[in-house]
Design a protein around this ligand. Structure first.
Ligand code: PHE
Length: 439
């Protein structure tokens, strides 16, 4: 099973690996309605009903919900930043990718990885999709919270909808503005020196993580350093208490060189928690082309993006990502807006699993197609799907796959008949929608 680190890695891949997919032979409707608007479908349409049903939920705006509390805590940490939280999840590939200088063949664009309403319309895969429009408003310091959508596997820490918070700060690319930023950095440095935090750093700039050609190296370093201090101080505020940071056992934060198409230099930040390094966020110095597109070519600055679920799971001890979507009072009533407390699991009902083996229809079925079918049938009753076997028949060259589907409800015991019914529907949907042959 993959680690929690997948979400940021997704943007790291540099080479295209995914095959183009054909439209399924089933009779898809010509139009679909999404958030009250009518859209024409085409060979890119892959938005499933279980995903559409999440578009209006906006957990980050539900007072008292852990996702919303975490958002508030982060907003309070950056008092002079503007807040955005109501931008539509429906964007164009231009916003999500091109405006951020993603190459034309970046794998994140594939319909196996992202949800498309049609070729020209998709669900944002990250909050960075809004960078250009927010910078274009002239906002220099801002935070933006939103639901984001990615096709992915199924387990306790993966869900195709999650929440991100983007933060950015830009300033004049001139000596006196840069000096101002250095002063802010020094203030933060003094504050953190008195805190129980130890950071493992990387060079601000290196050959593999360069300053942009349009930036002078010193300004780029000042920007990167300011970014690092601002985020170290945020992470200290969020994690020091739960991690029990003390003089003997300080909070440990680690900076790592990274790659994103829209920042340079770029970094990932990890926090050491319960014996493990957890990847918390991605960030970097904003690509000048982004700022040029936003009409603020004389500025420079930094941006970061963090996943709220991952952090909330740690802070509130929430063991399964599906719980964030629960409307059960046994979940929701445990939280008070603005406060962090430890979630007390209510009785965990037993899991039930079923295996399914089939021949794939051709070379163009992606594992994510299987996951979306299972989600559409079972919704939040599915806890985990693991591919337990794959092989290619030596004579026919056909690919076979065996998956184990774990069903479990948070609220009740699932009886065998219900699980069998779910599994039967998964099987028939796989046959009808994907054309697999059950073995
Ligand atoms: N958008 C990136 C992601 O989703 C995170 C990021 C934001 C990286 C801003 C750099 C700057 O993983």
């Amino acid at each position: 099973m993959t680690s929690l680190l997948w979400r940021i890695r997704y943007l790291h891949r540099r080479t295209p690996t995914l095959p183009a997919r054909r439209r399924q032979a089933t009779s898809a409707p010509l139009h679909i309605r999404v958030l009250g608007e009518k859209y024409t479908t085409d060979d890119y349409t892959n938005l499933s009903p279980s995903i559409s049903s999440k578009l209006s939920k906006r957990l980050h705006a539900q007072k008292g919900h852990p996702i919303s509390t975490l958002r508030t805590l982060i907003e309070n940490h950056f008092p002079d930043f503007a807040h955005f939280s109501s931008l539509s999840p429906i964007v164009t590939p231009y916003q999500n990718f091109d405006s951020l200088s993603f190459p034309a063949d970046h794998p994140g664009r594939a319909k196996t990885d992202s949800y498309y309403i049609n070729r020209n319309t998709m669900l944002r895969t990250h909050t960075s999709a809004h960078e250009v429009e927010v910078f274009a408003k002239g906002t220099e310091r801002w935070l933006l919270t939103a639901d984001v959508y990615r096709r992915d596997e199924i387990d306790a820490s993966h869900y195709p909808v999650f929440h991100q918070m983007e933060g950015a700060k830009i300033f004049g690319n001139d000596p006196s503005s840069i000096e101002q930023i250095e002063k802010e950095t020094q203030r933060l440095e003094r504050q953190l020196a008195a805190s129980n935090i130890v950071t493992e750093d990387v060079q601000h700039i290196s050959q593999t993580n360069p300053a942009q050609t349009s930036h002078n190296v010193r300004s780029s370093e000042v920007t990167a350093k300011n970014l690092k201090l601002c985020l170290n101080s945020l992470l200290y505020e969020l994690f020091a208490d739960v991690a029990g940071a003390s003089e003997d056992d300080p909070l440990r934060v680690r900076w790592i060189e990274a790659y994103f198409p829209f920042t340079s230099p770029s970094y990932e930040v990890e926090v050491f928690f319960r014996g493990k390094w957890l990847e918390i966020l991605g960030c970097g110095v904003v690509l000048q082309s982004t700022l040029d597109r936003a009409g603020v070519a004389n500025k420079m600055g930094w941006a970061f993006g963090l996943g709220l679920e991952r952090i909330a799971m740690i802070l509130f001890s929430i063991p399964d990502i599906r719980l964030f979507w629960s409307e059960d009072p046994r979940f929701l009533s445990q939280f008070t807006h603005g406060k962090i407390n430890t979630f007390k699991p209510y009785s965990k009902y037993p899991p039930s699993y079923r295996d399914i083996s089939f021949w794939k229809p051709g070379r163009d079925m992606h594992d994510n197609d299987l996951y979306d079918v299972v989600r559409d049938v079972a919704g939040d009753l599915v806890e985990d799907v693991t591919i337990i076997d794959r092989f290619t028949h030596p004579k026919t060259q056909r690919d076979s796959l065996t998956a184990r589907v774990v069903y479990r409800s948070f609220d009740r015991s699932l009886v065998n008949e219900e699980v069998n019914g779910l599994q039967d529907r998964v099987v028939s949907h796989l046959k009808e929608q994907l054309g697999v042959e059950i073995r």
